[in-house]
Design a protein around this ligand. Structure first.
Ligand code: NDP
Length: 347
C-alpha cells in the first residue's frame, strides 16, 4: 500500500510518500481501507519531535480515519467485514484499575493512536489497523471526508467543556483559536449548551466562520485588546470558562479574562509550554485550572449523537490527496486553516 512515512524527526522534507507492506491484524485488531484521514496538530508535533514523547520510527502519523473494515483478527466478534467506521484514537490496556474506572488516560499504557503508537500504524495510508474496540459506526449523515474530520477534535472538546469544565447555559466561554480544529467544535458545543461563545481568531474570515457556527462575540486578536473586549462584552464580569490550547502567548491574558471562581481548561500549548502564572489569582479569585487530554470512547459516542442529529457539524477547510500531506502540514504551520484538512488516499 501507499502511505506517508517518516524515519526521523525534522522538517516537511522527512515525509515520504512510498510503498510499504499492507497491515495484518493482530488477534484483537481490525484493518480498515481508509476512505479519508484528517490532519491534526499532533501530526506536526510527531514529525518535529516533542520532548518527553517517544515517536516510534518508522512512523505513519494520523489519528483520525474513516473507512471500511476489510480484515479482522481471530478474537474480533463484534465488528464485521464491510462495517463503515471511524476511529477513537485513545489506546489503553482496558484491564487496569484506571481503565476499568473509565479513566484510561491514567493507564500506564495510554497512547494516542497514530501519534505515540507504531511502527507504521496511523491513518495517513491506504490501509490502517487499530484495536477493534477503538472503532465505532460512521454517522450515516456524514460523507467520508466529514466523518474523518471529527472524532479527535470532537471528543477532546467534549471532554474539556462538558466533562471537565461542566459548561452551563448562560456561561461566557472565551474560545482561543475559534477557527481552528478544536475551536470550531468549542463554539458549536458552547452553542449547544446555550452558553455564549466569545470567539478569538487572527482573521476576519475565521471569525465569520465562528459567527456562522454560533459564536455571539467576535474578537480579532491582531486588532482587539482581548482583555478589554472580554470585560466589555461580559459587563465587567469576565469569562466563566476560558478554552485554552494556545499556551504561553495567551496564558497571561486567559488568566486576566477569567472571572472570580471561573475555570480555565487546557489541552495544549501551540505557542509554547512555558507560561507565566501569578498564583495569587488562584487563591484570591478561587479559580479552577483544569488539564484535559483527549476523551474516552463513551464521551465520543455521547458527542456523536449530536452530530447525527445535526446539532454539531463537521468543518472541512479542504480535501487534498494523501501524497500532498507535506503541503497540508505547511498550511497548518502557517496557521491559515479554518477547520480541518482531510486527506484522500489514491482510489
Ligand atoms: P489548529 O492548528 O487547527 O488550530 C489552532 C489555532 O490556534 C489556530 O486556528 C490559531 O488561531 C490559534 N493560534 C495559533 N497560535 C496562536 C497564538 N500564538 N496565539 C493565539 N492563538 C493562536 O490546531 P488544533 O485546534 O487541532 O489543536 C490546537 C492545539 O491543541 C495543538 O497544540 C494540539 O496539539 C493540541 N491538542 C491537544 C489534544 C489533547 O488531547 N491534549 C487534542 C487535540 C489538540 P488564530 O491564529 O486564528 O487566532
Amino acid at each position: 500500500m501507499k502511505a506517508i512515512v517518516f524515519e526521523r524527526n525534522g522538517g516537511l522534507e522527512v515525509l515520504q510518500y512510498r510503498e510499504i507492506e499492507d497491515p495484518k491484524p493482530g488477534p484483537n485488531e481490525v484493518v480498515l481501507k481508509v476512505k479519508a484521514s484528517a490532519c491534526n496538530f499532533n501530526d506536526v508535533w510527531a514529525r518535529r519531535g516533542l520532548p518527553g514523547v517517544k515517536i516510534i520510527m518508522p512512523h505513519i502519523s494520523g489519528s483520525d480515519a474513516a473507512g471500511v473494515v476489510v480484515d479482522r483478527g481471530s478474537e474480533v466478534h463484534d465488528v464485521s467485514i464491510g462495517d463503515e467506521v471511524v476511529v477513537h484514537c485513545g489506546i489503553a490496556c482496558r484491564h487496569c484499575y484506571y481503565c476499568t474506572r473509565g479513566e484510561e488516560f491514567f493507564c500506564h499504557d495510554f497512547k494516542i493512536w497514530g501519534f505515540q503508537t507504531g511502527p507504521l500504524d496511523g491513518a495517513h495510508a491506504e490501509y490502517c489497523k487499530v484495536p477493534a474496540v477503538n472503532v465505532l459506526a460512521k454517522p450515516h449523515n456524514l460523507t467520508w471526508e466529514q466523518a474523518a474530520s471529527m472524532p479527535l477534535v470532537l471528543v477532546t472538546v467534549w471532554r474539556m467543556l462538558v466533562s471537565r469544565a461542566k459548561i452551563q447555559a448562560g456561561d461566557f466561554v472565551l474560545v482561543w483559536g475559534a477557527g481552528g480544529g478544536l475551536g470550531v467544535m468549542a463554539v458549536q458545543i458552547a452553542k449547544l449548551f446555550n452558553a455564549r461563545a466569545i470567539a478569538v481568531a487572527s482573521s476576519d474570515e475565521k471569525l465569520d466562520l465562528a459567527r456562522k457556527l454560533g459564536a455571539e462575540f467576535l474578537l480579532n486578536r491582531k486588532r482587539d485588546d482581548i482583555f478589554q473586549e472580554v470585560r466589555r462584552v461580559t459587563d465587567g464580569k469576565r469569562a466563566d470558562i476560558v478554552f485554552e490550547h494556545t499556551g504561553a502567548d495567551t496564558w497571561p491574558v486567559s488568566m486576566q479574562c477569567l472571572k472570580w471562581g471561573g475555570t480555565i481548561v487546557t489541552c495544549g500549548a501551540t505557542s509554547g509550554f512555558d507560561a507565566h502564572m501569578d498564583i495569587r489569582l488562584l487563591w484570591n479569585k478561587q479559580q479552577n485550572y483544569l488539564g484535559s487530554h483527549l476523551g474516552n470512547k463513551g464521551e465520543l459516542i455521547e458527542a456523536m449523537r449530536f452530530v447525527e442529529q445535526g446539532h454539531i457539524k463537521p468543518v472541512v477547510d479542504r480535501v487534498m490527496p494523501l501524497r500532498e500531506l507535506a503541503q497540508a502540514q505547511e498550511l497548518m504551520e502557517n496557521n491559515i486553516v479554518a477547520g480541518k484538512i482531510v486527506m484522500l488516499p489514491a482510489k
